[in-house]
Design a binder for this molecule. Structure first.
Ligand code: KIV
Length: 263
């Protein structure tokens, strides 16, 4: 049974917490889907995590659609959420509707995510039948405006603004809201005040769901993971050992052997 936005709402009502993970390709989507991860986010973090950019800003619509389509082909049950990239919805509501429509029509997504208190776009998309996930707090597409990747909502006034934005996004039709990089008490307070579920990343344990970037969770990144991310595996180490062993076997002539050759 495919997970729907209504399921997330039901889980919030039942007090059931849930996981979301980013995915950018078919094999990862198959594994996460088989493991029962209910929501797969094709984040524009693909820019940093997979494409080698320093920020998410260069990521294009075509790149997002390409990765989202691959994830949609691999997701049999999970809800696939496509991230609207920088520049695809900020200039006008019409841009936002056009861009979001492509995610559902061309890439098989079940919903889109956008950053900031984009109330008009959220309303228009909801009216057009496109489910919207909001994203508040540390919003990487606003890295220049924020003066870097900084925790948001640290003062009482900033926390109140975030709370107002979250309520306004909910009113505009968002079915869930990602809270990124905010103090734990702010994450918990916003979660309590909303009817729709919140999904935290660096927002403490008080949100309804939690999301991590898959390369952080699997230990595939280059440096140490961000403070809020827990690596559950060391795939960088696993891959390094595997490819080094392969190279040694090739150099020593022990691969391929008879078992891996045709007679
Ligand atoms: O792009 C992304 O992966 C995200 C998550 C970290 C929420 O926005």
């Amino acid at each position: 049974m495919t997970v729907t936005t209504h399921d997330l709402q039901t889980w919030k009502t039942q007090g059931r917490r849930f996981a979301m993970l980013t995915a950018y390709d078919y094999p990862t989507a198959r594994i996460l889907d088989d493991a029962g991860i209910p929501v797969l986010l094709v984040g524009d973090s693909v820019g940093n995590a997979v494409l080698g950019y320093d920020t998410t800003l260069p990521v294009t619509m075509e790149q997002m659609l390409h990765h989202t389509a691959a994830v949609s082909r691999g997701a049999r049950n999970a809800l696939v959420v496509g991230d609207l990239p920088f520049g695809s919805y900020q200039a006008s509501v019409a841009d936002g509707v056009r861009s979001a429509t492509r995610f559902l029509k061309e890439a098989g997504a079940g919903a889109v995510k956008l950053e900031g208190a984009q109330l008009e776009v959220t309303e228009a998309l909801t009216r057009a039948g496109i489910p919207v996930m909001g994203h508040l707090g540390l919003t990487p597409q606003s890295v220049h405006e924020m003066g870097g990747y900084r925790v948001q909502g640290r003062t009482a006034e900033a926390a109140r603004r975030l709370q107002d934005d979250a309520l306004a996004l909910e009113k505009a039709g968002a079915f869930a809201i990602v809270l990124e990089g905010v103090p734990a008490d702010v994450g918990a307070d916003i979660t309590t005040s909303l009817q729709v579920p919140t999904i935290g990343v660096g927002a403490g344990p008080g949100t309804d769901g939690q999301v991590l970037v898959i390369t952080d969770l699997l230990g595939l990144g280059e440096g140490p993971p961000p403070r809020f991310a827990r690596p559950y595996a060391d795939l960088r180490g696993v891959i390094t050992r595997a490819v080094s062993e392969f190279a040694r076997d090739v150099e020593s002539g022990s691969f391929p052997d008879e078992d891996h050759s045709y007679s």
